[in-house]
Ligand binder design. Structure first.
Ligand code: NDP
Length: 335
């Protein structure tokens, strides 16, 4: 059994030496327990926060113990009356090939509905985040103007497609021309490369000729200041993430707060942060909506697949620096 552990707390950008690959024997399930063969695991930006020893809405990873995250697994052996050998499940598990659990927090998933890895993406936490942010937090209405940053990523590509399906004008930005081309393929009305744009204010104005009613914030940094300049009256900003600052070594490296916050007053803008798991009803609702849309071909999903559990740290680091194109998933084993 291979497990990947965190062994050091990073300062700034994490490095490969912060992780260690450990070898052990495949564990045996006890009474009421199941043995999971892990097929896919998810690497997500929030995990960077868990690598620090700081108080947050999720506890830090324990040094020397396997990293944890969303996994899709097959029940290899079951001593539980809740699961049968051959079931496919999704839940929070270890960065490992195999693990034993009492099954708490794991739910069975349907492999015929979509590729199993989608349960870590569009049919999982990132897809739910897009739905929660747009509907429950921002209260998006048909025909409004939506802008999303990190638009080709795990969450962003779903945000754009939901808003299109709701009859909105949708624009997005990404840090690579191929990603921008993909956004246009998805039906975004406008898209631009924020890394090569001369002026973010101008790029946003061109991409949003009627201004922005809803901003789905994924990045923070200078983007937020430029967005405020382009927001409409009574606009809403759903603050989902600020990845531009996750690897800041100290407060002095964190992006300067927008210098134009006074616009929130005159434009009566509502800006609200959220954590997806605080909205269980909307999360459940999304699974129904998404299953229908997948069946009807009204939504699609791009993934970036890295093979092998031992490559999970590199896949994670690549995602943080934007080398992923779509949802970053680690394929651990064939079914
Ligand atoms: P992505 O798949 O979008 O991957 C991260 C992307 O962020 C990279 O591909 C890169 O894309 C972009 N990025 C990295 N650094 C910067 C930077 N300095 N400025 C702008 N963009 C940058 O990740 P997710 O879709 O999983 O997550 C998107 C955001 O949503 C994150 O901020 C995450 O923390 C947040 N999130 C919040 C949740 C919540 O409950 N609040 C739940 C899930 C996610 P590019 O090439 O375009 O730069």
């Amino acid at each position: 059994n291979i497990e990947v552990c965190q062994i050091k707390r990073p300062k700034g950008w994490p490095e490969m030496s912060d992780f260690e690959v450990k070898y052990s024997t495949v564990p045996t399930p006890g009474d009421g327990e199941i043995l999971l063969k892990i097929l896919y695991l998810s690497v997500d930006p929030y995990m960077r926060g868990r690598m620090n020893d700081t108080k947050s809405y999720v506890p830090p990873f324990e040094l020397g113990k396997p990293m944890q995250g969303g996994i899709v697994a097959k029940v290899e052996k079951s001593n539980s009356d809740k699961f049968t050998e051959g079931d496919y499940v999704v839940g929070m598990g270890n960065w490992a090939e195999y693990m034993v659990t009492d099954g708490g927090g794991f739910i069975k998933v349907d492999p015929s509905l979509a590729p199993l890895s989608y349960y870590l993406g569009i049919l999982g936490m990132p897809g739910q985040t897009a739905w929660v942010g747009l509907t429950a937090v921002a209260g998006l209405k048909k025909g409004q103007n939506v802008y999303v940053s990190a638009a080709s990523g795990a969450v962003g590509q779903v945000v754009g497609q939901i808003a299109k399906n709701m009859g909105c004008h949708v624009s997005g930005s990404a840090g690579d021309d191929a990603k921008v081309a993909y956004l246009k393929e998805l039906g975004f009305d406008a898209a631009f490369n924020y890394k090569t744009a001369d002026n973010l204010n101008k790029a946003l104005a061109e991409a949003n000729p009627k201004g922005i009613d809803v901003y789905f914030e994924n990045v923070g940094g200078p983007m937020l200041e430029a967005v405020l300049n382009n927001m409409n009256m009574f606009g809403r900003i759903a603050v989902c993430g600020m990845i531009a600052d996750y690897n800041a070594k100290s407060a002095s490296e964190v992006s300067t707060a927008p210098r134009n916050m006074t616009q929130m007053i005159g434009k009566a803008i509502r800006m609200e942060g959220f954590i997806v798991s605080y909205y269980p009803d909307a999360c459940k609702e999304w699974l129904g909506v998404c299953a229908e849309w997948l069946k009807d071909g009204k939504i699609s999903y791009k993934e970036s697949m890295v093979e092998g559990i031992e490559n999970a740290p590199q896949g994670f680091l690549d995602m943080l620096s934007g080398k992923n194109f779509g949802k970053q998933v680690i394929k651990v084993a064939d079914d």
